[in-house]
Design a protein around this ligand. Structure first.
Ligand code: ASP
Length: 343
C-alpha cells in the first residue's frame, strides 16, 4: 500500500443508500450505491467497502449489530488508517455512543455519516457528507490521525459521537452536540479544533462485547400513573432503570412514587438520574425536588446524552450488575462522554 491513507467504508444502510419504491424508501445494496458515487474512484485514498447484506434502516439497529460492526473494525484495524460507517440517521447517535464504549484505547478515526435525502435525489446531502467523512478519516499530521476517536460528521460539523443527539428529522443539520464543542468544521478548509479532540491512545485496542439490555427508561411527565411506574419499578427483569427527570434532575415528591423508588433500591438495583433537557447537566440537591435522589444514592448522569447513558449502562451491566462497581465505572469518562459537575 502507498502512503495514501487507507479507508474502510462500512455500509450498514440508512437513507444514504435508499431509493423510493412505490410509497416508501427502501435500502439498495452497496454495489448499486457505489454507482451513484463515481467521485470515489478519483479520490486520492485507498478505499475498500464492506456492505451489509441486506442493508438496514437504522430503526432495526441492535446490540448484535453493534458487535458485528466492532468485529469488522477489529479484523481490519491494522490494515486501515480510518473507518467511515454509513448508517441511518435515526439511531446513529446510539450506535456511535455504543461503539465508542466498545472500542477502548482507540487511536484511529471512526467517522459515522449518512444523509437526510437519498443518494439518487438531486438535492442530496449524501455526497458532501461521505466525501468529507473520507477526508476526515484519512487526515493525518506527521503520520498520526488528526481525529483518533468515534465521531459523527454531518452537514459541515464533526462531533464527538457519544456527545451527539439527532435533533431534527427534516433539516440537513440533523445532529447537535449540546454539551461538548464541535471537533471540526468543514468549509473551504476543514478546521480541526485540536484542543477538544482526543490525543488517541498509546495502548493496544481493547474490545468490549458484553452487553446486557436489562435497562428500562422511565420518562416522567405531570400526571404519570402508578400503573406506568409499576411496569418498570416492579418488574424483576430490570437491573437498572434510567429515570428521565425534569430540568437538572427533579421529580415529583408523591409518597407512592418515593416508596416505589425505595423498594426498587432496596433490591440492590440501579437507579440513574438523566434529564429530559438536551443541554446542561444533572445537579442533584439543587432543588428540594431532587434531594430524594441524594438520599437514595441515585446515580447522576451529569452531562451525558441519553444515548450515552443508555448504551454505557448496557455495556456496564454486561460486566457486572453490582451497584457499587457500576457506579464507579459509570462516573469514569471512558472516551470523553462525561464531564463531572456537581454545582
Ligand atoms: N430511517 C432512516 C434510518 O435511520 C433515516 C435516515 O437514514 O436518515 O435508517
Amino acid at each position: 500500500m502507498s502512503n495514501r491513507s487507507a479507508i474502510l467504508i462500512i455500509f450498514t444502510g440508512g437513507t444514504i443508500g435508499m431509493i423510493k419504491k412505490v410509497n416508501n424508501y427502501v435500502p439498495i445494496n452497496f454495489k448499486e450505491l457505489v454507482k451513484y458515487f463515481p467521485e470515489l474512484d478519483k479520490l486520492n485514498y485507498y478505499l475498500e467497502i464492506i456492505g451489509f447484506n441486506p442493508p438496514i434502516d437504522s430503526a432495526e439497529m441492535n446490540p448484535k449489530i453493534w458487535i458485528k460492526i466492532v468485529e469488522i473494525i477489529e479484523k481490519n484495524y491494522t490494515k486501515f488508517d480510518g473507518f467511515v460507517i454509513l448508517h441511518g440517521t435515526d439511531t446513529m447517535a446510539y450506535t456511535a455512543s455504543a461503539i465508542s464504549f466498545m472500542l477502548q484505547n482507540l487511536n484511529k478515526p471512526i467517522v459515522f455519516t449518512g444523509s437526510q435525502l437519498p443518494i439518487g435525489v438531486h438535492r442530496t446531502d449524501a455526497k458532501e457528507n461521505l466525501i468529507t467523512s473520507i477526508e476526515i478519516a484519512g487526515s493525518r499530521s506527521f503520520g498520526k490521525a488528526n481525529v483518533p476517536e468515534v465521531c459523527i460528521y454531518f452537514e459541515n460539523q464533526l462531533m464527538r459521537g457519544n456527545r451527539t443527539h439527532k435533533s431534527s428529522s427534516n433539516e440537513f443539520n440533523a445532529f447537535s452536540s449540546n454539551n461538548y464543542p464541535i471537533l471540526a468544521r468543514a468549509g473551504i478548509d476543514i478546521n480541526y479544533n485540536q484542543n477538544v479532540i482526543s490525543n488517541g491512545a498509546l495502548k493496544t485496542l481493547k474490545i468490549h462485547k458484553k452487553i446486557k439490555n436489562s435497562v428500562g427508561l422511565l420518562k416522567l411527565f405531570p400526571g404519570i400513573s402508578k400503573e406506568n411506574v409499576y411496569c418498570f419499578l416492579r418488574n424483576d427483569f430490570f437491573d437498572a432503570i434510567i429515570l428521565q427527570t425534569y430540568g437538572c434532575g427533579n421529580t415529583m415528591q408523591e409518597n407512592w412514587f418515593i416508596d416505589e423508588l425505595k423498594s426498587f433500591n432496596e433490591k440492590g438495583k440501579i437507579l440513574i438520574n438523566a434529564s429530559q433537557c438536551e443541554t446542561g447537566n444533572i445537579v442533584q440537591g439543587r432543588y428540594q425536588t431532587s434531594q430524594v435522589f441524594i438520599d437514595l444514592e441515585v446515580i447522576s448522569s451529569y452531562d451525558m446524552t441519553l444515548e450515552s447513558v443508555v448504551t454505557k449502562t448496557m455495556l456496564l451491566l454486561g460486566d457486572s450488575t453490582n451497584k457499587k462497581l457500576f457506579k464507579e465505572k459509570f462516573h469514569q469518562s471512558f472516551c470523553g462522554e462525561l464531564t463531572k459537575i456537581d454545582k
